[in-house]
Design a protein around this ligand. Structure first.
Ligand SMILES: C[S@@+](CC[C@H](N)C(=O)[O-])C[C@H]1O[C@@H](n2cnc3c(N)ncnc32)[C@H](O)[C@@H]1O
Length: 288
């Protein structure tokens, strides 16, 4: 069972928060009703191992990231709340919205009213590659999967509503990242979650948003297993002298914590599931 982050609630309240968030993860990944994967992904029946690792493309579930990556979102958000790292949560590339719905649930669970969840997507799928697109993006041609990847904003909003989590703390940023992100009215971010698959989508998000990430904030890279995305991440890190180690989440994804936060003493004591996660992260293979 998940324990609350230090300073985030009394024991009884913490139990209720943990129970709610654990159930949210199960519902969002649909390990409850166990929908089969979409058939084009070449997978057969529902398989819990695939759903835990975010390896299949669910036909019904509201997210494809799987349980381990939702645990990571919870870890990052609980950590920034416990350490008073200022800023909002954003996901660039939301599909049916499940990961953002979970972020909003975490803020609701802890009674946080001064942070936003930014939901950034074209809501029309992956951009078509152009002649001047990065060669790795041109090779991927991912826009050919837009019949599955394009989910209208109205559907995503309706998904938030099903959990009673659509309110003024949820902000939609509609459009291609290159157009929607540079002037997005976001002043500070605490968690930046990249899930746009392509070199272009990853680089556009990093260029616009990483400068707004607070010290002590987290960058999560869902698509690190895709070479195009990985190239963008390393290029950006090299260009900006970012040396914080990459921590592995599961077979696909990594994250790093931005340095520079002066930690208050209370945040040094980590308990419960967060402690487990820290141990996992510490000993996880660091991918350079
Ligand atoms: C793999 S899906 C995201 C999965 C999602 N995070 C989840 O929880 O299931 C990728 C999403 O990125 C969006 N996307 C990719 N590149 C984009 C870009 N350059 N601009 C806007 N949206 C983009 C697609 O529309 C799609 O919804």
């Amino acid at each position: 069972m998940t324990s609350p982050a230090p300073g985030l609630g009394s024991t009884d309240t913490g139990r209720g928060q943990s129970l709610y968030l654990d159930l949210m993860k199960r519902v969002l990944t649909n390990v409850i009703y166990r929908d089969p994967p979409i058939s084009w992904a070449g997978q057969g029946d529902y398989d819990i191992a695939l759903r835990e690792n975010g390896s299949d493309m669910p036909s019904v579930a509201h997210t494809m990231v799987g349980l381990a990556r939702l645990d990571n979102v919870q870890y990052c958000l609980e950590r920034v709340l416990a350490d008073d790292v200022p800023g909002d949560f954003i996901e660039t590339g939301v599909w049916r919205g499940g990961t953002c719905i979970f972020a909003r649930a975490i803020l609701r669970a802890y009674g946080v009213t001064d942070r936003q969840v930014w939901v950034a997507d074209s809501f029309a799928g992956i951009p078509r590659t152009r002649v001047d697109s990065h060669p790795l993006d041109r090779r991927l041609q991912l826009h050919r999967e837009n019949d599955v990847l394009a989910v209208p904003a109205e559907t995503v909003a309706a998904n938030f509503e099903r959990y009673d989590l659509l309110d003024e703390q949820v902000r939609f940023l509609k459009g291609w990242f290159r157009d929607s992100l540079p002037d997005a009215p976001i002043s500070r971010l605490a968690v930046l979650r990249l899930d746009g698959d392509l070199y272009e989508s990853t680089m556009d998000a990093l260029n616009s948003l990483y400068p707004r990430l607070s010290p002590g904030g987290f960058t999560i890279v869902d698509d690190y297993h895709i070479r195009a995305c990985r190239e963008a991440v390393h290029e950006y890190r090299d260009q900006h002298g970012i040396t914080e180690p990459l921590e592995q989440i599961d077979d696909y994804s990594v994250y790093w914590r931005r340095a520079g936060l002066a930690l208050p003493v209370r945040s040094l004591a980590i308990t419960g599931r967060m402690a487990e996660f820290s141990v996992v992260s510490t000993y996880a293979r660091t991918i350079a």
